[in-house]
Design a protein around this ligand. Structure first.
Ligand code: FE2
Length: 364
């Protein structure tokens, strides 16, 4: 039996964000990102202390939750961290087993196995502590056939058109200086993940900032969790800036797969979504660096899409600006053509672009 068999994970189930105003966030995720509101919980469903909207696109499910009063963990989370990711939910075959294994491997169990039931069946969940205030939730939905979870009211809203997000590709966490190895080993020990790659500050550094990253992956390769820590730079790194404004470790970005990144980015740009821009010179040497690709380089240039190649193939990617006023959470859109990497070849160009933004914020 391999190390990976003790906690089989089927894939990402959903990501829950704690936000200041879930109703307005739902509108933004619908209108800009093309997520369809599919279920809701709140006063209408007899819940008095919070409201949640379930937003769906392809296989990506986001839950947007806000508090309805000042005295709750949700309100405290928002005050401290701003809008951000509270829960990364993973689908497992057997929650009892997942919690048992995680507990035996010294994870902190925040919520033991809980079974919720309605006319659509039984949904089982269990929660363990992850970095900072972030938690990992195991979800067993084999015996549940409702829209999302018991207690949620299905919504019949048309929603904006999809922009082509198909699935979550990876979820990146920023941790404090010296903590990357702890969390990499935590993924191995608690969840049976293996280390896919490792980037040192030699790979990822500019004049101003440097970071180190280890990428952890589950047995099926469906779930990938890069973990970043700041490295000593001449000035404040983007990871240190995140940690300052998030007030601790947490999710830095979520990458979503698309089958046609040009179409996705064109649709997002039409809604005035802001992306990071690399200098025009990036495209002058692109073919030399990545060789032949199927896409038209002029189109990639126009849309600001980046390309990277490794031994398995290439990938196309783009990063949004932070999604809230704090320079914390952002999204990535990615289209893979064989490559299983993360675009390390783009990091330098990107960091220079990030530092330009940091300087504008007075944080460099
Ligand atoms: Fe990424």
């Amino acid at each position: 039996m391999t190390n990976q068999d003790f906690l089989p994970i089927r894939g990402y189930d959903h990501v829950e964000f704690y936000v200041g105003n879930a109703k307005q966030a739902a509108y933004f995720y619908d209108r800009v990102f093309g997520f369809k509101p599919v279920a809701k919980l709140g006063l209408e469903t007899g819940i008095r202390d919070r409201a949640s909207y379930v937003m769906k696109q392809g296989n990506v499910k986001f839950v947007l939750t806000n508090a309805l009063g000042p005295d709750s963990e949700i309100a405290r989370h928002c005050t401290l961290h701003g809008d951000g990711v509270k829960t990364v939910a993973l689908e497992v075959r057997d929650v009892e087993q997942a919690i048992r294994e995680a507990r035996a491997r010294e994870a902190t169990v925040v919520q033991p196995v809980e079974a919720q039931e309605d006319e659509n069946g039984v949904l089982k969940t269990g929660i363990i502590q992850y970095a900072g205030d972030t938690v990992i939730k195991f979800v067993e939905r084999t015996n549940y056939h409702g829209v999302f979870a018991p207690g949620y009211m299905p919504l019949d809203v048309e929603g904006a058109d999809s922009v082509g997000f198909a699935a979550i590709d990876h979820i990146v966490t920023n941790v404090e200086l010296g903590q990357m190895d702890y969390w990499a080993r935590w993924f191995e020990r608690v969840l049976g993940f293996a280390q896919l790659t490792h980037f040192t500050d030699e790979d990822i550094s500019t004049e101003y900032s440097a970071l180190m990253s280890k990428v952890m992956e589950n047995g099926t390769g469906k779930c990938k969790f890069p973990i970043n820590e700041p490295a000593e730079g001449k000035k404040k790194s983007q990871i240190a800036e995140y940690l300052d404004f998030y007030h601790g470790p947490g999710v830095q970005h979520i990458a979503m797969n698309t089958k046609d990144i040009c179409d996705t980015v064109r649709k997002l740009r039409a809604k005035n979504l802001d992306f990071l821009r690399v200098p025009d010179t990036y495209y002058e040497t692109l073919t030399d660096r990545v060789g032949e690709i199927d896409e038209d380089i002029n189109e990639l240039h126009e849309l600001g899409i980046l390309v990277d190649r490794d031994e398995d193939g290439y990938l196309l990617q783009i990063f949004t600006q932070p999604l809230q006023d704090r320079p914390t959470l952002f999204f990535e859109v990615i289209e893979r053509h064989g490559s299983r990497g993360f675009g390390v070849g783009n990091f330098k160009a990107l960091f220079i672009s990030l530092e330009r933004e940091q300087a504008k914020r007075g944080n460099l």
